[in-house]
Design a protein around this ligand. Structure first.
Ligand code: CO
Length: 138
């Protein structure tokens, strides 16, 4: 599998409006837009981090749209904070096939469509030293 770079860091927040006051106003990260992914019961806001040639990284703020989605559960258990890291891969189907072959536990066996139309899949934290890892292909 070829990992191209860190695509984004997911940060769970109680409120994107309130969360943006640090990430956008204090750190000066450029707000690139927000989007609700109903299937995941989440609204996401992307903020651009720096400019690596050919590779853009972002912070993804995640606000729950309901009381029972994955982000609501995360916030109830741990409060606001770092929630997942997303690695951009060249080919997500190949990456998932390789991980499956190596016996790595996956949350998503096949890619689904995330914010921004990216193909995404999550690995199980039990297989990743407790870090929720997302693979993403754009
Ligand atoms: Co993400």
């Amino acid at each position: 599998m070829k990992i191209i770079g860190i695509d984004h860091l997911g940060v769970a927040v109680n409120s994107i409006d309130q969360g943006k006051s640090f990430w956008q106003e204090v750190l000066g990260l450029e707000f690139e837009g927000s989007e609700t992914v109903e299937e995941q019961k989440v609204t996401t806001a992307f903020l651009k981090v720096g400019t690596t040639p050919g590779m853009k990284s972002e912070v993804e703020l995640l606000e729950s749209t309901s009381d029972d989605g994955p982000i609501a559960k995360f916030l109830a258990k741990k409060g606001e904070g770092f929630q997942h890291v997303a690695f951009r891969v060249e080919n997500i189907e190949d990456a998932l096939a390789e991980l499956k072959e190596k016996g790595i536990r996956l949350i998503d066996e096949t890619p689904r469509i995330g914010a921004g139309g990216a193909k995404i899949a999550f690995l199980h934290p039990k297989a990743t030293n407790g870090v929720l890892v997302e693979l993403c292909e754009r």
